[in-house]
Ligand binder design. Structure first.
Ligand SMILES: Nc1nc2c(ncn2[C@@H]2O[C@H](COP(=O)(O)OP(=O)(O)O)[C@@H](O)[C@H]2O)c(=O)[nH]1
Ligand SMILES: [Mg+2]
Length: 358
């Protein structure tokens, strides 16, 4: 008698191995679901451990067997195989149905990855939970969700607009929504906070770009200055000396063009007290976001605005970037409407978006 244990992904896979190694007469002594040892086991589906036995004394070369007995055995073997197939289908079907059998964190790992959270970061967070709560027997799904929300929130740095900030500038790639976001904030501060707001645009690259901001200025009756050189900037700031808040729009720069970025940074050397925001779209891939942050790093920005949250279903890129750069998010925008579609960034709300829970 030969007894052997097999640790496989499915009963079907085990049966094939057993048949190959122990022969068609092997019998199954025991079959149970086990988790792989170590951390890996927490994030991967359960395995099946099958103990099989074969009576080696019965095994003879096929050639010396009675042909009739062989035919009968062969038929029986076929029937058994069909039965096994049916059992396997049943087992596979059950495995799919009960997701909790795939490890307590498996579902959450999937959820984070579906939301484009960097798998390394997702694993880091879940491992932390596992280690923090190793003493607990089994965490319920609701409890895991709560802890996970907290852990994600800790990594989603947000910061309100600095108290007393008077000059606020917006930089970032083309088309992310800098001008629209500026218009939203200008209207909000004028309407809801009763502030005297002024605007400056150094958007001299795109024809029509100045007009876009001028239209907002005309509607709201705010003064607007158009600036062509860094020298002009000082004069424009003087002309807006009576304004409590000055919002500065910049041309969308191709962040890969270091000449354009250098030129942009020269405007900021004449206004060291500018609170500068890098405006990014939530629809941009994590890798590209990192590159944009790097390319704009010549300009001294310290906070982020994420636009177009309404245009994506997965928000992981925000978490990935904020966690690794430690740059806080101050505002998020959620549509094209001026001035309504803008919110102060809220880490709790963003964490819920990351996990797709409400
Ligand atoms: N869906 C959506 N569109 C936005 C949002 N913010 C800006 N946009 C649109 O994005 C486009 C480019 O905006 P614009 O402000 O000109 O971008 P800029 O080149 O960075 O100044 C315009 O059609 C805006 O209406 C947002 O939060 N959601
Ligand atoms: Mg613009």
């Amino acid at each position: 008698m030969r007894i052997k244990k097999y640790c496989v992904d499915s009963v079907q896979e085990g049966m094939l191995q057993i048949k190959k190694e122990l022969g068609p007469d092997a019998i199954i002594i025991e079959s149970r679901k086990v988790r792989e040892k170590g951390l890996r086991g927490l994030f991967s589906p359960m395995k099946v451990e099958i103990t099989a036995a074969a009576d080696t004394s019965m095994q003879q070369p096929v050639a010396v067997r009675n042909p009739l007995a062989w035919a009968q055995e062969h038929k029986m073997e076929q029937e058994i195989n069909e039965l096994k197939k049916m059992v396997n289908q049943l087992v596979n079907c059950q495995q799919k149905q009960s997701i909790e059998e795939k490890g307590p964190f498996y579902r959450w790992m999937q959820r984070l990855i579906e939301n484009d959270v960097d798998p390394v970061l997702a694993q880091e967070i879940l491992t932390e939970i596992h280690e923090d709560f190793a003493a607990e027997n089994a965490l319920s799904d609701e409890v895991i969700e709560l802890i996970l929300l907290k852990k994600v929130k800790e990594r989603l740095h947000t910061a309100e607009l600095k108290e007393g900030a008077r000059i606020i500038s917006f930089i970032g790639p083309t088309g992310v929504g800098k001008t629209t976001t500026l218009a939203k904030l200008a209207a909000r501060y004028a309407l809801y906070h009763n502030k005297q707001v002024g605007m400056i645009t150094i958007d001299t690259y795109r024809i029509g770009a100045v007009d876009q901001l001028r239209t907002y200025a005309d509607i709201t009756g705010m003064p607007i200055e158009v600036v062509m050189t860094p020298k002009d900037m000082s004069r424009a700031l003087e002309r807006l000396a009576d304004r409590e808040l000055i919002l500065i729009d910049t041309a969308g720069r191709n962040s890969k063009n270091s000449m354009q970025i250098s030129e942009l940074s020269s405007y900021f050397s004449v206004m060291p007290d500018s609170e500068t925001f890098l405006v990014l779209s939530a629809t941009t891939k994590t890798k590209d976001l990192h590159q944009i942050v790097k390319n704009f790093s010549k300009v001294n920005f310290r906070r982020l605005i994420f636009t177009k949250l309404d245009e994506t279903e997965s928000y992981g890129a925000i978490l990935n970037l904020v966690h690794s750069t430690k740059l806080p998010v101050t505002f998020v925008t959620t549509g094209q409407n001026v001035p309504d579609d803008i919110e102060v960034a809220n880490a709790e709300k963003l964490s819920k978006l990351m996990l797709g829970v409400e």
